[in-house]
Design a protein around this ligand. Structure first.
Ligand SMILES: [Zn+2]
Ligand SMILES: [Zn+2]
Ligand SMILES: [Zn+2]
Length: 486
């Protein structure tokens, strides 16, 4: 008898000891799985793709027949776990939320692709319009270390005795891997034109606008008409993405398309060929410039594009030539960059409040100097219009990652609305009636507890693995049609 009691006591003690040894995440997990709504919570997190920072809302939506007042649909969070429901954070950055950035990249893919191939409300005719994929870069602000390319080239060959004014070698002569922390760093920090770099960033948006303007002017000149009359003949539309290089300089990849005067659904005039567009894109690149406000500290700078410049015609999949790239390749390329923030290779993804936080920012010394230069120049009244302090975290660049002209294609909002309809279902049954919807929602919290974060991560991983399998099966031809990898 006493033996059994001892055994029981020991097992109770073991249990207590075991709990004590558990990590806080494991203890949190035990709490979580014992909550009454646990399996429903798992379903909810699955339905938002394992979002890493969900927003929790509480409230209800009621849809009634406008005439009879009959309740057609009612959803209330009072029956949900914790009386709330999670929605996606929708962050486009991979470093913040991998599943949402994936979804955003997918939307970007469709947004860019429909501008090239039609679909999502856009005429299929756009695939026959002249379309170019253009890369525009910033000029050099000083020599930086370069990664070896595929043929193992060395970084800036050294010439004996070549020193800069600060006594530092003008060459490097080493081989750097892509991941080497030296890549993108200046050979001499004192020679590097930091003010020029941040002033270029601050003017890049204006340079792009002026570039588009000049492009239209060059097209008009080529056709022998005035610029004002150009819009009676054609429209230029574009989608562009900003990417940050390792040296901390932004460059742009843009899809530029010619439409007729009625937009995507109307064909451009016969004279508006891919070659004409290429010529206009090239000459505008050479001539366009913006001048910065004068400051005794920086002088007046002339802002131009860098010499590195690439123009490629975009062909539909079926007619690919060696120098051309395909519609889908362009869309995938652009989508990939949208999930990166400027903070991924330059700057940080939060605003800088004071000079001290630049000192503490988790960036290399080159980027820190760029941020400090923004702060210093941003304090000069004559450069106030450039807002350099407010954009010190993005090294002075204040544009969006993705921008597009109104006529280019669909919008993120439209793509989300389609998805919401698809997920919500039931809409079709209501279409023939006149309805009123009342929605009351409030924010009640966000984010995961440690165990919730682990489980959400697992769900996101499973979904990602599933996509890979599905994609492989599609490539094998085992599955076709509806499996949408994006
Ligand atoms: Zn998310
Ligand atoms: Zn080097
Ligand atoms: Zn130097």
């Amino acid at each position: 008898m006493s033996l059994i009691t001892d055994k029981a006591r020991r097992s109770v003690l073991d249990e207590a000891e075991r709990l004590r040894l558990l990590s806080s995440t494991e203890r949190d997990l035990i709490r979580l799985v014992h909550e009454p709504g646990f399996s429903r919570w798992l379903d909810q997190i699955k339905s938002i793709g394992g979002c890493a920072h969900p927003i929790y809302l509480a409230g209800h939506t009621t849809t009634r027949d406008a005439i009879t007042g009959e309740v057609l649909r009612h959803y209330d969070t009072s029956s949900e776990p914790g009386g709330r429901m999670p929605v996606r954070c929708r962050n486009r950055r991979e470093t913040r939320c991998a599943p949402c950035s994936y979804l955003h990249a997918g939307d970007t893919f469709h947004l860019v692709r429909s501008g090239l191939l039609g679909g999502k409300g856009l005429s299929d005719g756009v695939r026959h319009h002249p379309r170019l994929f253009v890369t525009l870069t910033a000029p050099s602000f000083g020599a930086v270390h370069r990664a070896s390319d595929a043929d193992g080239g060395i970084c800036r060959p050294r010439r004996d005795g070549g020193l800069c004014d600060h006594g530092r070698p003008l060459g490097c002569g080493q081989r750097h891997a892509e991941t080497d922390s030296a890549v993108g760093q200046p050979l001499c920090r004192d020679c590097y034109d930091y003010p020029g770099h941040v002033l270029w960033h601050a003017s890049a948006g204006k340079l792009w606008n002026r570039y588009c303007h000049m492009l239209r002017r060059h097209l008009a000149t080529a056709a022998g008409i005035t610029q004002t009359r150009l819009r009676e003949h054609l429209a230029v539309s574009f989608a562009k993405v900003a990417e940050c290089q390792q040296r901390g300089a932004v460059h742009f990849h843009a899809v530029i398309r010619l439409d007729g005067p009625g937009g995507p659904s109307s064909p451009p005039p016969l004279w508006a060929t891919t070659d004409r567009l290429t010529d206009a894109v090239r000459s505008a690149h050479t001539f366009v410039e913006v001048r910065t406000p004068y400051s005794p500290a920086t002088g007046e700078r002339v802002i131009r594009w860098g010499e590195q410049f690439d123009v490629r015609p975009i062909r539909s999949e079926a007619f690919t030539e060696s120098i051309a790239i395909t519609d889908s390749a362009v869309a995938a390329y652009v989508a990939k960059y949208v999930s990166k923030s400027v903070g991924d290779s330059g700057g940080v993804d939060y605003r800088i409040q004071d000079f001290e936080s630049i000192r503490l920012a988790p960036v290399n010394s080159h980027l820190r100097t760029l941020m400090a230069t923004c702060w210093r120049l941003g304090g000069l009244p004559e450069l106030g219009a450039l807002n350099l302090r407010a954009w010190a975290h993005t090294l002075g660049y204040r544009g969006h990652v993705l921008t597009k002209s109104r006529q280019y294609s669909t919008t993120y909002e439209a793509l989300r609305a389609v998805r919401a309809d698809y997920q919500g279902g039931g809409r079709f049954a209501l279409e023939s009636r006149e309805i009123v919807t009342e929605s009351i929602w409030r924010y009640v919290g966000s984010g995961h507890s440690p165990a919730e974060a682990e489980l959400a991560y697992g769900i996101a991983e499973d979904l990602a693995a599933l996509r890979v399998i599905r994609k492989e099966l599609m490539e094998d031809g085992t599955v076709s049609g509806c499996a949408n990898i994006w």
